[in-house]
Design a protein around this ligand. Structure first.
Ligand code: NAP
Length: 269
């Protein structure tokens, strides 16, 4: 599968989403500068959430950029404690935007699947405040509960996902239901980049472990969201586009699965 930074995946709605995004949690460099640099390097999807504190800086970077808004894919999230519809309006104001391309439910509430929150996002979508809506940190069972209650499937499930922590059952369910998986903490926050098998595959292609891990996502149709504050990392990560992994190397990487989670536990089976 060959790809370029401008490659997109089609969501169930027909909207097109870039296959790589810049994540912005704990961005320590000035957010506007970091996002502006990423846009210049070719990133076209930016992921944020209200609790990352990066929404105003992203709004600023989008204002500074001469890239048409329609070429940029903006993802943000409402919290499980929010009134989802009201929060959508509030976060769009922080972003200085009229709409988000994708509005996610950040995590399920402690009880139930968050049907009321989901209804709020459905309303936001119907009013054009979000082009697509999705979930984050959801299991198959919780997604099914939301869909059963409302008739609306999420377009995306954003979950922790790497060669060291992933699930065939989740991949199959999402593929069967036209849900795209966005991979957060795709680089395991650096914790597994020193793995020996990963290192050997990286050496074989003359690539870095981070590039191989990102490429593993691209080959399997999942969409990685690496966070990179440093420009050198942003450059390195976009370098996942100029090579392909052989199917047996993709399989070897998938076999590294140990259900690793930097947060403690994967939120899905
Ligand atoms: N939906 C959710 O509940 C949820 C939860 C967690 C995270 N997320 C999203 O996913 C994003 C990414 O996850 P994450 O930040 O937890 O982890 P990550 O992307 O796996 O790792 C980020 C770390 O890796 C470093 N890095 C970046 N590129 C590198 C490279 N090429 N080589 C070596 N190290 C590199 C970064 O350094 P520098 O920053 O110094 O460049 C940073 O320390 C978050 O920012 C957030 O947007 C979502």
């Amino acid at each position: 599968m060959s790809t370029a930074p401008e490659t997109k995946v089609t969501l169930a709605s027909g909207s097109r989403m870039p296959v790589l995004g810049l994540a912005t949690w704990q961005l320590t460099r000035d957010t506007a500068d970091a996002v502006e640099a990423a846009l210049q390097l070719g990133y076209r999807m930016i992921d944020t959430a209200a609790d990352y504190g990066t929404q105003p800086g992203i709004g600023e970077a989008l204002k500074r950029s001469d890239i048409p808004r329609s070429d940029i894919f903006l993802v943000t999230k409402v919290e499980e404690t929010d009134d989802a519809y009201g929060a959508t309006r509030k976060y769009l104001a922080e972003l200085q935007q009229g709409y988000a391309d994708l509005m996610l439910l950040h995590r399920p509430p402690p009880h139930g699947a968050g049907e009321e929150l989901w209804q709020g996002l459905i309303r936001a979508k119907s009013e054009g405040l979000a082009r697509d809506i999705g979930v984050s940190n959801y299991s198959v069972e919780l997604i099914e509960q939301l869909a059963d209650a409302t008739g609306e499937m999420p377009a995306v499930n954003q979950i922790e996902w790497s060669p060291f922590g992933h699930s065939d059952a989740m991949l199959r369910f999402c593929s069967d239901n036209k849900i795209v998986i966005q991979a957060y903490s795709p680089l395991t926050r650096g914790k597994r980049l020193g793995d020996e098998t990963l290192g050997a595959i990286a050496a074989k292609y003359g690539k870095t472990p981070a590039q191989v891990v990102l490429r593993w996502n691209l080959e399997r149709g999942t969409v990685p969201l690496p966070k990179a504050n440093q420009r050198s990392h942003q450059e390195e990560n976009i370098g996942a586009f100029d090579f392909e992994l052989a199917p047996d190397d993709v399989e070897t990487l998938s076999g590294l699965n140990e259900r690793y989670s930097s947060l403690g536990e994967l939120p899905y089976a």
